[in-house]
Design a protein around this ligand. Structure first.
Ligand code: TXA
Ligand code: MG
Length: 339
């Protein structure tokens, strides 16, 4: 389903005025909803951190309506970034580059780099163009929690801390943008997203996967992020029915996020079949986890997703949402047991 969502002129004017007043505005992007502030107003950006309960040294992404303003924010735009911008902007890609001198420390977490994204959502574009500047915006959730993919999630997460919530319906992609960093000659994938590693490699050649050893810069890179409140365990695909039965023994309520229907009926189990297509699985993931989190269950069991790059972003978010990963009988080499 393709929805073209545009805000009314009055909504956009109200949002722009709020940004100029140093207030927060939540807005839809094609990935997830963001909570935005004028990126050139450090006091306004600080309010984002307060609203989210996020540690102050974590950098935020600056959103622009067009790459033509990159040079205002970036000291030296790497060739590879220019090519990636041509290929994927506007779209679900964020690039970390050397920052321009005037950029405030509160935006960059005091680092020498800045993360920039040109989102494709028509309402985000409308807002950015009308505002005429950069909007600093992390995902519009409480720190460490599930990202919002609907306007009502933003209200649930942040309540009155946000002056304006622009409602653009459900986010098309549903998972946060792919993040790449340019570090000298190295291009590094910091967060997988719907723009895949192969697509980036096709444009820039070599791509190094994962954060540098000395770097704790991506909070989404820490365990226990993108997480529901209910403890979540990843379960090998073939064991999901058996584990649901075992876990719900004695009448304990259990939630399951699977990729098929249950093989038999489980009395105390709330079961969501999220299907086998990564696009729709990713689109629904956070909403499904929110639903299961509210179902009054003691645990959420998630059927392990398939191998392969199309599932990379989903696998990454699930591993960060998980409090534990059940080992398969055959012993899965790729999954570690998280604390
Ligand atoms: O899809 C998205 O990227 C959404 C929408 C709203 O654009 N935004 C989003 O922002 O997911 P946030 O703050 O939740 O995640 C951005 C990540 C954070 O993990 C942050 O640490 C990292 O980007 N980041 C920001 N600036 C950085 C920098 N200069 N160096 C390294 N990582 C950076
Ligand atoms: Mg986030």
């Amino acid at each position: 389903m393709v929805r073209v969502v545009r805000a009314t002129q009055v909504e956009i004017e109200t949002a722009v005025q709020a940004l100029r007043d140093g207030e927060l505005v939540a807005f839809p992007t094609e990935t997830v909803y963001g909570i935005g502030a004028n990126a050139q107003n450090p006091a306004a950006v600080r309010r984002i951190f307060e609203a989210k309960g996020r540690p102050a040294n974590h950098p935020v992404i600056v959103h622009l309506d067009s790459p033509k303003y990159l040079h205002r924010w970036v000291r030296a735009v790497p060739d590879g970034a220019t090519r990636l911008a041509e290929a994927f902007w506007p779209g679900p890609l964020t690039m970390v580059m050397p920052r321009a001198a005037h950029v405030h420390d509160v935006v960059t977490g005091g680092q020498d780099t800045i993360a920039i994204r040109v989102p494709g959502h028509p309402m985000a574009q409308q807002l950015l163009t009308a505002f005429g500047g950069g909007i600093a915006a992390p995902s519009a959730n409480r720190y460490g929690r599930l990202s919002p993919t609907r306007a009502e999630h933003v209200r649930e997460e942040l309540g009155d801390a946000v002056r304006v919530v622009l409602d653009g319906g459900e986010c098309q992609i549903g998972l946060e943008s792919t993040i790449v960093a340019f570090e000298g000659p190295t291009v590094r994938l910091l967060r997988p997203g719907s723009v895949t590693a192969a697509q980036i490699r096709a444009v820039v050649g070599e791509l190094t996967i994962g954060p540098a050893q000395d770097s704790a810069r991506v909070p989404g890179g820490l365990p226990s992020h993108y997480a529901p409140v209910t403890p979540l365990t990843i379960v090998p695909a073939g064991e999901i029915d058996a584990q649901a039965d075992a876990a719900s023994g004695g009448g304990k309520r259990i939630a399951v996020l699977a990729q098929r229907l249950p093989l038999r009926s489980h009395k105390y189990v709330t079961w969501i079949n999220a299907g086998r297509r990564p696009e729709s699985y990713g689109h629904d993931l956070y909403n499904n986890l929110r639903t299961l989190d509210r179902a009054g269950c003691q645990r959420i069991l998630v059927q392990e997703v398939p191998e392969g790059e199309r599932w990379d972003a989903i696998r990454d978010r699930l591993l960060r949402a998980a409090t534990s990963v059940a080992q398969s009988d055959e012993g899965s080499g790729t999954l570690a047991v998280l604390p």
